[in-house]
Design a protein. Structure first.
Length: 168
């Protein structure tokens, strides 16, 4: 298998950094929810952290399999502040939409360069992003119906805590 082109390799390296930054954001969110005794939500976000690490590692391994060097760069501070659980999941949805946009741009670049192997590899991420956005939207829908205070907040938190590894 031939190496990725320089431009595609650079774009993939940028997405690897984005995936690590996503993981860092989810870890920050998890820590803040844990501080607020929302243990179920903290657990859900911690699983997202692990997923994002997996995505970054999968991309890194792919670049290396194609014979490309990968230079890891600094990850910016997440800059997350907790206000309400609804605000947390609005941020999650906005973030996942941004990730979807970046993945789609990466896929488009692979298509433009006629790198069919990269397109096949990236298709998994395109599909994964549909699931990621739907998961965040489902939580927002629950919060919209019941609100994010009192008993409903505790019920949503308990529901989120039931997520097992590998579940969205």
């Amino acid at each position: 298998m031939s190496k990725l082109t320089k431009s595609l390799s650079k774009a993939l390296s940028e997405q690897i950094q984005n995936e690590f930054a996503s993981a860092y954001l989810y870890l920050a969110m998890s820590a803040e929810c844990s501080n607020r005794n929302l243990k179920g939500t903290a657990s859900w976000l911690r699983l997202q952290w692990l997923e994002e690490l997996g995505h970054a590692t999968k991309m890194l391994d792919y670049a290396l399999e194609r014979g490309n060097a990968v230079r890891l760069r600094a990850i910016p501070e997440p800059g997350f502040e907790f206000t309400t659980l609804t605000a947390v999941f609005e941020h999650v949805l906005e973030h996942e939409r941004s990730v979807s946009s970046a993945i789609n741009a990466l896929y488009a670049k692979a298509a433009e360069e006629k790198d069919f192997a990269a397109q096949a590899f990236l298709q998994w991420f395109v599909t994964e992003q549909v699931e990621e956005e739907n998961s965040a939207q489902a939580v927002l829908d629950m919060l919209e119906i019941g609100g994010d205070q009192g008993a409903v907040l505790l019920m949503v938190d308990r529901h989120l805590g039931q997520r097992g590894a590998g579940q969205a």
